[in-house]
Design a protein around this ligand. Sequence first.
Ligand code: EPU
Length: 337
Amino acid sequence: MELKTDFSLKAFNTFKVEAAAARYVRFDSENEIVDFLGRNPLDGGRRLVLGGGSNVLFVDDFNGTVLHPLLKGIQVVKSGRQHIWIRAMAGENWDDLVAFAVDNGWGGIENLSLIPGSVGASAVQNIGAYGVEVKDLIDTVEAISIHSPEKIRFTPNDCRFGYRSSKFKGRWAGQFIITAVVFKLNRKADFVLAYPGVKSAVERLGPVTVETVRQAIVSIRQRKLPDPALIGNAGSFFKNPVIDGRALDGMLKLDPDLPHYPQGDGSYKLAAGWLIERCGWKGRGMGRAAVHDRQALVLVNLGGATGLEILELSEQVSGAVQAMFGIELDREVLVVP
Ligand code: EPU
């Protein structure tokens, strides 16, 4: 465990913005978390549980306690004829877990290759890409309650997963520290290749295996998305909006090219990147922040941008989409005031 005061979070957020935490605590084990919370009740104070920092935007110094679980370890906890259950500690890097599964030939998470962030955050955010969402692979989420430091296990049903959301992002925000996630993977892969461009990218690499799917996803992402190690960003800044059939008809009258994806319940998902591009914002900058030139859903720090500059850019972008299409974009990124 490490406890610091007035601690810079610049290295711990992928936007690479400067922000200091009044108090920062790094945990390396579950017992350290239980001990710390037992001795330091956090009930009243401001607190933030940080994962890989790839989905947060700090717009100011954080006048509270940042709790940073960096617990490591991946183990097989159960093995069946068709499935294998692996327990990964919250501080494991997400893509290291995907690589571990793929190296063992286990299927289920290969489409989620190269997503930045930690295992713990994958459950908060219900990460998803190329037709797969992590909620479908989660067996159990293990956490420690901030209030009474005891270990709790949640089923996927408890977590109320939705599109890039869960109870950990909503009503339970700041109430639990996720310590580990158990995933149920497939011994015999059941590939999800329907997302546009995935099947052809895999087939160019050879027979369809977990390795070729991973390779194809990695190259699709590398083509479109900026590498946070090179240019500050937090992936999609906004969520794709979901609208009903009537609203869609109205929008198609305005623009028949509008991409839309039926959700199976009468609603349709729109591509926020397309809407932003149509508004002329793709590749455009404002000071030291910009809309990425290959994927308009991603905002980037061109170097030295403050969190506030990035937030202001995001408001210009969402304002333009609202003015042109009458659609409110919800943020996917957590803005920490
Ligand atoms: N599009 C544009 N212009 C753009 C960006 C996209 O016209 O600048 C159009 C594309 O041509 C395509 C459609 O929008 O027709 C969808 O684009 P893409 O496949 O790139 O996916 P997305 O909807 O923009 C979502 C996720 C990504 C995820 C991809 C693949 C959200 C908010 N984002 O993006 O997730 O990788 O699908 O599944 O749902 C993330 O959450 O951080 C993230 C990167």
